[in-house]
Design a protein around this ligand. Structure first.
Ligand code: ADP
Ligand code: ASP
Ligand code: MG
Length: 809
């Protein structure tokens, strides 16, 4: 059994009702359908009741109009002229209203009867339409099924009696069972209502009574949103909330759910979906016990019209039980306290109640505290209208330092004065009272601040799980909690692939299980990978290419165009023609994505970011000198003739210091590409073939069929390498492959470096870059450090991801 509730907004006209029918036709299992009144009927009925109470005969015209619109809907949906049931609804309405009109008295009992007409009428129309459309459907009367006390206006449900009544009627159930929402009945047969917006509650009561599989609340928005979409344009759907969070959101004003509707389903553990009738394909919001950490704050709610009552007087303290009396007094009159603060010094209590309850609250308090001393205090009670209450809601808030500080900062920065603040005892909300005139502004700036910058979720799509890919995923796993806690970054790996397989998980692949998920994934297809990433359409998506593949690098342009950022150590894209390089940069700029390639040059060393800072701040690079290959530096530092040069190459590859194909390093090609990128990023146009690359390899090693052939050839040329080494030792120098740029010319060659030069002492696999700029004219800016290795490259990728995460665009 499933329970579906369609609100008035989902039934507002013929087209909407047809949409509801289509949703029901798509269901296989038995269902209960709870319907609200059509569109704004309940508001109209309230107006009719008020007009009659004032003794104004116009109430009759309004009833007739309402009747007409219901009939016209009935006739257009169901090709039948008459419905006796519909007719009887309106006849009864007229009779009761006439009584109100004659007596000029509207009791809460008559009011419930009048307002309930809307749901009775809509349930007749919907169920007759379902039958006409061929659904196996029947209508039930909630006035006889949901048993309440006589508290008209917001009656209390007797769940045990209600369950008994349902047990009796269940045998008559058909596939689709239609129930009017909002209305219920006393044991003596009077109509009661469950409170405005109470059809959600009806649905929840039925779901819990029948122990339904699920409850679906169908409305006119995509689910529970981060804020009221009518006030905050950039609000977005929250995919998942807990029952508690949903309760707080609705309690503090999110109209999409009636607060009481949470408890029955919470107790029965029934999952709830809030969905859009007009976009059933959208996922909506899922409400359950499951905690989701997508955002620290789930939403911002507001109660728009609040009156502040301030009571101050130490005499109240002497009269024991001040607070219990205050609470029970207001509760007795069904007045919810939206907000409360108190100070013990002298006893000052500030209460916020919805303005519509304010007068009744004042009366109640005066009655409750009526002894002569108390009366004095109550007489000087301060009453101020014109306020609103806004509340930030989220379960994770209690572990989060600084949320309230940030909230007040943001309001303050925007010139919004705060009348009072309060952190709810549940620690799931922080609320503030502000002038009503500032409400829209306050909601919007808070929304911007908390949803657009607090916990940012970053969604990664990674291709390449070799040495560097593995190291990156390992680092991410290690840093995950730290980033979340200290940088409010929730970095999720949504897709991961190698050359054979790919795997996706919408909520993030568990970082300790990515290998397992990948091994069970589908066959890798680069276009399908990108398409999937685009279809998911996540905010803050980053594509990370950790391959050396030319094919994959060819996709960057299309990815950047989707406003997905690209991070990569793969140099191919940035070293094609200068025009192609500029095009990528242009696309990224136009589509507000980022193209970060820090690890193209010297792995994790901050070479390009430093260069960008120099250029951006107006400096100019005049000359570059660099040892850009950790691999070559390692080879020439390791090689001393005691072991063949080929073995040293093998060792470097084994340690992850080389490109996947080490020939790219040894030929100097890789150094040339890095120099090309440095020159281009310095702002100079340059093509690869304009750089003079002199290989240090003998002619016999220049060409090789494959890697084995290459090693064979290097082994055969061992004496050549030994000679190079001996010569440099004899000259008191060290061998380094140096890349340089000056006066528009780039050059890469093996050089003997004397011990007076800063490159001489470059150890292991270190890299160094010397920038000679206008500001660093005499003494260059030197950046030196480990320039190869899986871990350092991975950390460079990490740094780029963080740069994207923390950028404002
Ligand atoms: P229904 O007729 O379906 O019961 P309601 O009008 O009672 O619909 O509730 C849906 C409306 O609630 C939306 O149209 C929206 O304007 C309003 N609303 C206020 N706050 C929120 C929120 N946080 N999330 C979603 N909707 C909200
Ligand atoms: N029709 C009722 C109202 O407008 C109940 C509901 O829609 O939930 O308050
Ligand atoms: Mg509603």
């Amino acid at each position: 059994m499933q329970v579906l509730k369609f609100g008035g907004t989902s039934l507002k006209n013929e087209k909407a009702i047809k949409q509801v029918n289509a949703i029901m036709e798509s269901r296989d299992s038995k269902s209960c359908v709870v319907v609200s009144a059509i569109g704004h009927t309940t508001d109209e009925l309230q107006k009719i009741a008020d007009t009659a109470k004032r003794g104004e005969v116009e109430y009759l015209n309004s009833i007739e109009e309402l009747e007409k619109s219901h009939y016209s809907l009935y006739r257009s949906l169901i090709d039948k002229k008459e419905s006796l049931e519909l007719q009887s609804c309106f006849t009864q309405l007229k009779r009761v209203c006439e009584g109100v009109y004659l007596l000029k008295e509207l009791t809460s009992k008559s009011q419930d009867f009048i307002l309930g007409t809307g749901e009775l009428a809509s349930s007749i129309i919907i169920s007759d339409y379902f039958v006409k459309q061929g659904l196996d459907s029947i209508r039930h009367d909630t006035r006889k099924l949901i048993v309440t006390d006589h508290r008209y206006g917001a009656a209390n449900v007797d769940f045990a009696k209600t369950a008994n009544r349902f047990r009796e009627v269940e045998k008559d159930f058909r596939k689709v069972n239609v129930f009017p929402g909002f209305i219920a009945g006393t044991t003596t047969g009077e109509t009661t209502t469950l409170g405005r917006g109470g059809s959600d509650y009806t649905a929840s009561i039925i779901a819990s009574t029948l122990n339904a599989k699920s409850l679906e609340i169908w409305t006119d928005v995509d689910g529970i949103m981060t804020a009221d979409p009518q006030r905050v344009k950039r609000s977005h759907t929250v995919s998942q909330v807990t029952y508690d969070e949903a309760l707080e959101l609705s309690y503090f004003g999110a109209k999409v759910l009636y607060p009481q509707s949470i408890e029955p389903v919470l107790k029965a553990g029934i999952p709830v979906w809030v969905k859009n009738t007009f976009h059933p394909e959208k996922p909506g919001t899922f409400i359950s016990n499951e905690y989701s950490d997508e955002h620290l704050i789930k939403g911002i709610s507001s109660i728009n019209e609040v009156t502040i009552l301030s009571i101050s007087g130490s005499t109240l303290r002497n009269n024991g039980g001040f607070f219990p009396r205050l609470f029970s007094g207001l509760a007795g009159k069904e007045i919810p306290i939206a907000f409360m603060t108190h100070s013990n010094a002298g006893l000052t209590v500030t209460l916020g109640v919805e303005t519509k309850h304010a007068r009744s609250a004042i009366r109640t308090l005066k009655k409750e505290f009526s002894s002569s001393e108390e009366k004095q205090v109550l007489d000087s009670m301060d009453v101020e209208d014109g306020y609103s209450l806004l509340a930030l809601i989220g379960s994770n808030m209690k572990d989060q330092i600084g949320v309230s500080g940030n909230m007040f900062n943001v309001l303050g920065r925007n010139g919004i004065s705060i009348k009072a603040i309060s952190q709810g005892s549940s620690e799931r909300n922080i609320s503030a009272i502000i002038p009503k005139s500032d409400l829209d502004k306050a909601l919007n700036v808070l929304h911007e601040s908390f949803f657009l910058s607090l916990t940012r979720r970053i969604n990664l799509f990674i291709i390449g799980t070799g040495n560097v890919g593995k190291a990156f995923l390992g680092q991410l796993k290690k840093q995950f909690s730290f980033l979340k806690e200290h940088h409010h970054l929730n970095i999720k790996v949504i897709g991961v692939a190698n050359s054979r397989q790919m795997a996706f998980e919408k909520d993030g692949i568990p970082l300790s299980k990515w290998e397992d998920r990948l091994s069970k994934g589908e066959t890798f297809d680069k276009s399908a990978f990108v398409q999937h990433m685009v279809d998911l359409n996540f905010r803050n998506s980053v594509f990370i290419d950790i391959t050396a593949s030319s094919d994959i690098s060819s996709m960057y342009k299309d990815i950047l165009k989707e406003s997905i950022s690209v991070v990569t150590p793969n140099k191919i894209a940035a070293t094609r023609t200068y025009d192609a390089y500029l095009e990528l940069k242009g696309v990224a700029k136009k589509f507000k994505s980022q193209f970060y390639i820090e690890t193209n040059v010297c792995a994790g060393l901050p070479i390009l970011s430093t260069l960008h800072d120099l250029v951006r701040s107006g400096d100019q690079v005049n000359k570059l000198q660099a040892v850009l290959s950790g691999t070559l530096n390692f080879l020439f530092n390791e090689y001393d003739g005691s072991k063949p040069f080929a073995d040293v190459i093998r060792k470097a590859k084994g340690l992850g210091y080389t490109e996947p194909d080490p020939r790219l390093d040894i030929s100097g090609e890789d150094v040339m590409r890095k120099l090309l990128i440095l020159i281009r990023e310095s702002g100079y146009p340059m093509e690869a073939d304009q750089i003079a690359l002199t290989s240090f390899l003998p002619d016999s090693c220049q060409q090789s069929a494959d890697l084995n052939d290459f090693y064979d050839k290097i082994e055969s040329a061992e004496s050549y390498f030994k000679e190079l080494y001996d010569k440099s030792i004899a000259n008191g120098t060290r061998l380094k492959v140096v890349a340089s740029y000056e006066n528009g010319k780039g050059k890469v060659s093996l050089e003997e470096i004397p011990d007076t030069h800063p490159f001489y002492h470059l150890e292991g696999k270190d890299n160094v870059v010397l920038f000679y700029t206008n500001r660093y004219a005499e003494q260059p800016l030197v950046i030196k450090g480990a320039g190869a290795g899986a871990e350092v490259t991975a950390s460079g990728i990490f740094a780029d991801v963080l740069r994207i995460a923390q950028s404002d665009s």
